[in-house]
Write a protein that binds this ligand. Sequence first.
Ligand code: ZN
Length: 276
Amino acid sequence: MPELPEVEHVTNALRGVVLGRTIEKASLLRQRLAPDIKPAAFSKKLAGATIESITRRGKHILLGLDYGNTLIVHLRMSGRFHLLTPDDEDPKFSHAILYFKDGERLVFQDQRHFGLMKIVKTKGLPNTRELSKLAPEPFSDEFSVEYLASVLARSNKPIKEFLLDQTKVCGVGNIYASETLFLSRISPRKRAKSIRGKAVVELHKNIPIVLNEAIDLTKTIIPDPVIIGEGVYGAGSQMRWRVYDREGKECPECSSPILRIRQGTRSTYFCAKCQR
Ligand SMILES: [Zn+2]
């Protein structure tokens, strides 16, 4: 499942190829991709619009259009974009297509059928169900030590599960939660509200460090001319994680065996000696 670093990569790659293009017509081929809008209205709202901005908020890709609308896209499990020429055939599982005036088209393909699209008024974007409850971006000034301390203090959850809650901290997926806690020397089982003082400062510092490591890795991927962001989805497997997916292997700090526990429905990896 693409996490924040992968979505950041796809957002940047899309910006490089479709920013400034004008949509001539649009087709919604699978209703469940955009459950709030009928295919005819989907086409009507997008036809004639120029893509003025392409940004990311959490794991949502935002295509800002002139005429005051924004197309929100969530890749979920397997959504991906293909930029095709008139000679190319649509891939299997093509669920939406934006046809550009220059003849090329952007196809949203989704093998697992969990992707989502929504067209909203750009003015109302911060108040949409998708974005209104999201925590501040981890690289923004809003995500301050004070902010983090205040949300930690109000949560009784184990810190690992707290970090996955996108309304408290945005963009930390399962891998990055284990890695961040290892760097911060905090036990994943510790209650969020018991983390105070220096530990909050460490956590606040390490969240963007871990996310940036993954973003930097995605920058080494050679762009595919057709599939936007191709190669990025498996990029995580090339990372040399400190604790994630290393059950029984040596801790890079103290050589104790890395432990794996289940928290919620997910696996957590940690070093019981380094993380207290
Ligand atoms: Zn250790």
